[in-house]
Design a protein around this ligand. Sequence first.
Ligand SMILES: NC(=O)c1ccc[n+]([C@@H]2O[C@H](COP(=O)([O-])OP(=O)(O)OC[C@H]3O[C@@H](n4cnc5c(N)ncnc54)[C@H](O)[C@@H]3O)[C@@H](O)[C@H]2O)c1
Ligand SMILES: O=C(O)C[C@H](O)C(=O)O
Length: 329
Amino acid sequence: MVKAVVAGASGGIGQPLSLLLKACPLVDKLALYDVVNTPGVAADLSHISSVAQIEGFLPADDGLKKAFTGADIVVIPAGIPRKPGMTRDDLFKINAGIVKGLIEGVAQFCPDAYVLVISNPVNSTVPIAAEVLKKANKFNPQKLFGVTTLDVVRAETFVQGITGEKDPAKTVIPVIGGHSGETIVPLFSQAKPAVNIPADKLDALTNRVQFGGDEVVKAKDGAGSATLSMAYAGFRFAEKLLKAANGESGVIEPTFVYLPGVPGGDAIAKETGLEYFSVPVELGKEGAKQAHNPIPSANDYEKKLLQACYDGLKGNISKGVEFVANPPN
Ligand SMILES: NC(=O)c1ccc[n+]([C@@H]2O[C@H](COP(=O)([O-])OP(=O)(O)OC[C@H]3O[C@@H](n4cnc5c(N)ncnc54)[C@H](O)[C@@H]3O)[C@@H](O)[C@H]2O)c1
Ligand SMILES: O=C(O)C[C@H](O)C(=O)O
């Protein structure tokens, strides 16, 4: 019996993500939590003839407790999205508190669940989640994931323009670092099967992966950021995790984790000087089973990108840690 929760289920990401989870045969029970509209979204999805039993909850009447209790996996796309001209860090002020509150709910009602954080800025909200769980003595670093899958999906898609591969998802590209601008580092030199990117196209391709989010924010022109591609990416990560938890072996996907708490992570923390980083992680029943380190094999071009990534990530991470240590009044 697998119970999944979507927190922020009525939003632009939350609704299509809930649809994909409702249709997924690996999910038996689906709880939708949001501050608005979950009864309607749940009623709508409940007419779909799939396995999952679905229920919607609002904060009133102990809704958070009812939604989270017994959860095996909690996916969190709650929080405000960007408008043109904003950075992801501009979302911190509002989203930090939203994520903190939801993770306090995880600590209290489902501390053993896998927790997938989508809310931005991921580089800071994942450290917030970790600090809240540490404070409650419920932190299992192998079960906390920052969802950076959309960066991987974008890299696969955008490189297709060069390779001409019919199915873009067949090219595996490690995208590492964080989830904002220069902290996103695609390692095209390690693509499998190998891809040959002409030197004069590499800068533009790399930049498009790093700033793909801005492309969507600009096109939506004030109506939000990526929602449908994010729902696809969030579901892809959740589904891989559930398959790995069911015993499927060799399931690997990049994700933003607390390195010192994941096998193989210590060496990466030492190399990057950072406690949080996205790297390809082998998934298993325990969650993050083994972190893989692609950094030593990065080429000189990628090593330069990594330096900028480390500099940017450092501040984002400490901002999240500080938010929990010294909460603003
Ligand atoms: N990790 C990624 O790659 C990625 C990609 C796209 C978007 N995002 C982020 O995901 C977040 C959501 O984006 P969106 O487009 O779905 O926004 P949205 O505004 O459409 O939806 C957010 C939902 O969160 C709900 N919410 C607010 N406070 C809540 C709380 N305390 N508890 C439960 N629900 C609450 C809102 O009511 C709303 O329904 C944003 O922060 C966005 O930047 C991340
Ligand atoms: O760009 C955003 O703000 C949303 C998301 O992080 C994305 O990469 O699309």
